[in-house]
Structure formats: structure tokens, C-alpha cells
Design a protein around this ligand. Sequence first.
Ligand SMILES: Cc1ncc(COP(=O)(O)O)c(C=O)c1O
Length: 393
Amino acid sequence: MDPCGAELDEAGLPPGYAPCFQSLPFYLDFARFGPPSRNVAECHASSLRNLASDPSAVDALAPVAARTEALAAALTGRSSADHVVLVPNTSSGLFQLAFALQGGAILVSPQEFPANVYPWVQAARRGGPAVCWLTPPDGRVTPEAVAAALRPEITALAVSAVDFRTGYRADLAALRDILGERLLLVDAIQAFGVVDLPWHLADAVVTGGQKWLRAGWGSGFLSLSSRALDRLGGSLSGWSGAVAADRFDGLLHEPERSAARFRMTNPDLAAVAALETSLQLFASAGPARIERAVATRIDALLDVISACGARTLLPLSPRERAGIIPLVLPDRDPKIVGSALRDAGLTISIREDHVRLSPHATTPFEAVERLAAVLRALAPPRHLRHVSSATPS
Ligand SMILES: Cc1ncc(COP(=O)(O)O)c(C=O)c1O
């Protein structure tokens, strides 16, 4: 039962949520790909079945685009769907932003995931804003690091809401304060669907649906503040982003004023329908409840990690983390650790200097126990400490 009297399951989620997903007890790789819900899989398949057999199916499916933009606008705290445009993935949205920024310089860390680096460099090479590198020693884009790096020519900051490597969760509210009228452009793919952040504070929130939203590939959204809509141009506007998108007269027409100006062409409607289904499930479960359920699993994994003498790349406080744990076992090659975890049936990502674990709200505590068994076998005995139970009380 939650404070409003709603029935909840043992993960603190509405009872209808978990059964939407197939059981994958040892899957700890949501930062790479989030296996879609049964609802998403069925929605995608049925959209294609309809398109294959029903001549009117395209027209019947078309309204899903506007509905999904409206839903994404609501979930990112925008006043209307005019602030949102569908994009096929995060990278496309970031490229749109990079080529729409006018003048000045963009501040970005070279340690961001490359999808949040290439667009800025590519745009700069073609006369766009200069790239100003932010290089905090431990890679965290903290408010202090940003404040120290700000120069008058910087007009925007590009940052991941959650860093793909360290798992560090950016402090959007503090960044907003420091940036003032400068644009705060957020790559949200490692955060949206796992942590409940004040998205309305960001001038741009861009995400694909294939990770924490569990919507599959092919659709995502770019959500823009009024400040961003005023400030950004529309240089990669395609034919469907123009006011007269249905006038085929050989002329280039004015781009829309709304976020629709960032459309290059029509979206993959089956992928958009899948995204709508995933956003509905996310909204109905409740972003804050999902965040709590993930945090409980992260805490249980961290207890085991510390009890086995392992650590994370950076020591992060609960407010600084989300769904990603970069695991390091001292004196053990991450490849050996990762292989042992895989041999034990866990799905994880192996990186050069760590093994990345990323559970979701549906991850059962069996996965924590399995991790403990593998780490205990690998850790030097002097590093072991007793852990009573992986399951929280
Ligand atoms: C932080 C971050 N941004 C962007 C991407 C790429 O996203 P997309 O494939 O939707 O362009 C990834 C993929 O792992 C990522 O971790």
C-alpha cells in the first residue's frame, strides 16, 4: 500500500507492472539494452501485422505520433506537445541540437559517451559553435566543475543525466542555477525511465527508448524548453519539419516554430507505437516508484560488492547514482571477473577497467545472490566480510 492507498507489490510497484515483463532473473545490462515489455512486443508486432494486411492501417496508426509527443511532453514537464519532437534515437536528437545551436561555444566533457561528443565536433568543423572541453579530474560533470569552466563565450552545456561509465547522476537543479540563461542540453538515455529527475529544468532532454524505457529501438524524443525553442535555429529541418510540409512545389518552406522544426521525415510509426506503450507503462507505474525499486536493488548489489572487497569506479552517494554500477575487483582483470559472472549466468557488460552492472525495477534479488557467490569465489579471502542476506527487509 502506498501513502495514497494504492495496492503495491513487494517491489513497491503497482501489481500489474512486473507481469508485463518476461522473467529474466540474471539480466543486469539495462544500460546496454532494456528487454521490452510483453505489451511493447505485442504492440510492435500488431502494428506491423495491421500494416501488412489492412490498407487503412497507416492512417489509423498516424495519430500515435502526436499522442506520444504529448505524453513525452507531460513526462518532461513541458506545457504542450509543441515542445517535443520524435527522433529515431538519442544520437539524431543530439545532432539536431548541435546543428541548431547558433554561435558561441558548447561546454562538454570528452568523457561523455561518444554520441554526446561527435555531434558537437562535427558541427564545430562546419562552422557551428566551438567546442570547449570540460575535463574534471574524475570525469564527473559536477556543478563546481562547470562553474570553474564557464567563459563568456559558452552558450550551452551538453551533459548526460547519468554517465554511461561511472553511473554518476548529474545535479540538474544545480547545473541550471549555474548556467543561468545558457542552455542545459541533456542526454537522458541512461536516466529517463530509471530516475525521476526535474526534466523541466533542462532546455533539451533527448533519449531513445531502447534502454531503461524498454521500448525497443527506432524511437525516442527530444523535449525542448521555451528558451531552447527561442534560441535554437533549425538547420537540419527536413521537408516534414516545414510549415507547408504537404506542398510539393520544389521550394524549401519555412521551418515550423515548434519542436516539429527538427523533423527530418516521418517517423517509424510501429516504433513510435511501441514507445507510446512503454511511456504509458512507465507513467502508470510511477517514475518515483521505479526509481525507488531500482535504488533498493542497487543498494543490495553495493552491499555485496563492498562485503566482497570489491568497489565501484567512483564512490557515489545515493543522490549521485542511478541504475549503473561500474564494478572493480582489486587485483582482478575485469575480463576474468566479467567472464566468471557470465559463466554464472549473469548478463553484464565487460569494459576495459570495470564490469558494468545495471539492474531494473523488475530485477529479482536472486541476481544479487548470484553476484555474491561469484565475487566470493573470486575475491582474495582477506577481503571477504559477512553479508547476512541479499534481500532487503
Ligand atoms: C549516454 C549515452 N548516450 C547516447 C547513447 C547512444 O544512444 P542512441 O543509440 O540512442 O543514439 C548511449 C548508448 O549507450 C549512451 O550510453
